[in-house]
Write a protein that binds this ligand. Structure first.
Ligand code: X6L
Ligand code: MG
Ligand code: MG
Length: 174
């Protein structure tokens, strides 16, 4: 069993609905258990494409799946939730990224873990910091909290809905 962190993002349609659906489908997968969820943040789009604001969050899972099998599972969920790959880095109903897989470092054609941009993007670091501030990012030699402290200001990321917490799988009832 490995503990992994998955980044979720949505900026099309019922954004919160897609996050909730994705979490439910992750937890329903026989090889995946959702352990904890971060709060939801509304974040300004980052990258070369002009698009709507995202909702981003991070979930902690336990999984028996290999990294490749986990990636396949995430892509099946993305497809089931109407993810269309029309524009590179463009708007999407749901995006599921493997941020961390235990303390493994993986570099294949299909998969790079830790996610290479993990330490640079506030829309990942802020929610990840809620769940694992003291987790050392493999290959970087700093914890999530230490990385976050390097940012001079928190721009383009605002708390949108606070998690109910306590390992409960009923993320956003409040
Ligand atoms: C030059 C070229 C500079 C490319 C930046 C940045 C590409 C971010 C892709 C880039 C570049 C990305 C999200 C997002 C995206 C998200 C927010 C990506 C993939 N996903 N913005 N932009 N949240 N706020 O989940 O991260 S596109
Ligand atoms: Mg992404
Ligand atoms: Mg992705």
């Amino acid at each position: 069993m490995f503990k992994c962190y998955i980044g979720l993002g949505s900026n099309l349609g019922d954004r919160e609905g897609y996050l909730t659906q994705a979490i439910a489908r992750l937890d329903e997968h026989p090889g995946i258990r959702v352990l904890r969820c971060s709060s939801i943040y509304e974040t300004e789009p980052y990258g070369p494409v002009e698009q709507g604001d995202f909702l981003n969050m991070v979930v902690e899972i336990a999984t028996a799946l290999s990294p490749e099998a986990l990636l396949d599972a995430l892509q099946s969920i993305e497809n089931a939730l109407h993810r269309k790959r029309l524009v590179r880095w463009g708007p999407r109903t749901i995006d599921l990224d493997i941020l961390l897989y235990g303390d493994k470092m993986i570099e294949t054609e299909k998969l790079v873990v830790p996610h290479p941009e993990i330490a640079k993007r506030l829309f990942v670091l802020m929610p990840l910091n809620e769940l694992a501030p003291d987790l050392a990012i493999p290959g970087i030699g700093q914890t999530v909290g230490e990385r976050l402290k390097k940012f001079r200001s928190v721009k383009g990321v605002r708390l949108w809905k606070r998690n109910c917490g306590a390992g409960e799988f009923a993320p956003f009832e409040n």
